[in-house]
Design a protein. Structure first.
Length: 322
């Protein structure tokens, strides 16, 4: 009986959020005195998964699963859970996993807790602390079902190396046409840059930038930091930036290690979407901007003066520490 973890991948490469989920699963396995089994679909990464605590990797190779299909993937993970007699299944809280988890919960008759922020408070009874009300509060939920599914909140546990000698095992789940009632025709990527979902650092701009023609400094700062670019809702509504970059309660949630807001006043809907970020830095020329109350660090000043100087200093620092 092991802790099972579904490891997300893209184009055959294991995602960082999946490695965090393996680290988390290892923590639970240690609490329960068992090991971690990872399910990998059309991806190679046994040694990488072993580095973070997986003892066994179930390798699923199936061309029909080349594109994410929540219904079919749920059947795959459910069969793996039953084969391994796993009582705890761990996944991320990504958009894909949030789509997959309810289907898996129905299939396994399992309780599901999303957005977990730490290891279980106890395993008997099984209690998990997680974010609720768009990250405004925490709740401790007891899962009473035989099988339990936990969605780990992004950046809430971190990557923890726990070198394990992982073995790889081919796993061929039984799938038929009924498992593919939904079909993915194509996938269009919004950008080939760092995505908001995977970014450690996010640089976001608001209406204070005055127009799309001034977005060059946002992109330059992001490039210097290896960050993703984002924007507030009014900016995407005005067509200055694509809606794929809109973060906030009505856009994409952000849980980065560093979130830099430039020219964003800090409406409650925006704050709700980025509240899970660990460090928030605000640059705004209005000292009364609501964002300053939520910020860890604030700079009152003209973005058109502050940001170029910040870029210059960062480049100097990188050159000296290359």
């Amino acid at each position: 009986m092991s802790v099972l973890v579904y490891t997300e991948s893209e184009e055959g490469k294991i995602k960082k959020i999946a490695l965090e989920a393996v680290s988390y699963a290892k923590g639970i396995a240690d609490q329960m005195g068992t090991s971690v089994t990872a399910v990998s679909i059309n991806a190679n990464g046994t040694s990488e998964l072993g580095k973070y605590g997986a003892s066994k990797v179930l390798q699923v190779s199936n061309d029909k699963l080349s594109k994410f299909n929540a219904e079919a993937y749920a059947y795959v993970v459910a069969q793996a859970a039953k084969a391994e007699d796993a009582k705890v299944i761990v996944m991320t809280s990504s958009a894909n996993s949030k789509f997959l988890a309810p289907l898996l919960a129905v299939n396994l008759e399992a309780g599901f807790v999303p957005n977990a922020v730490g290891l279980p408070e106890s395993t008997s009874p099984f209690k998990v602390k997680h974010n609720v009300f768009t990250n405004k509060a925490f709740a401790i939920t007891e899962i009473t079902t035989d099988r339990k599914i936990i969605g780990l909140g992004k950046n809430s546990y971190g990557l923890k190396e726990n070198e394990t000698s992982a073995t790889s095992e081919a796993f061929s789940p039984s799938l038929d046409a009924h498992d593919f009632n939904m079909e993915v025709i194509s996938v269009d990527k919004a950008t080939d840059k760092v995505t908001i979902a995977d970014a450690e650092v996010v640089v976001s701009g608001g209406r204070g930038l005055k127009g799309p023609e001034n977005w060059g400094m946002i992109e330059e700062l992001a490039k210097t930091l290896g960050a993703a670019t984002a924007c507030s809702k009014p900016v995407s509504d005005l067509g200055w930036r694509p809606h794929s970059e809109h973060v906030g309660q009505t856009g994409k949630p952000v849980a980065s290690n560093l979130y830099i807001a430039i020219g964003i006043s800090g409406a409650i809907q925006h704050l709700a979407g980025i509240n899970a970020s660990k460090v928030k830095v605000v640059i705004n020329n209005d000292p009364e901007a609501p964002f300053f109350k939520a910020a860890d660090y604030g700079i009152v000043g003209d973005a058109f003066e502050v940001v170029p100087k910040l870029i210059e200093k960062l480049k100097e620092f990188k050159a000296q520490n290359a």
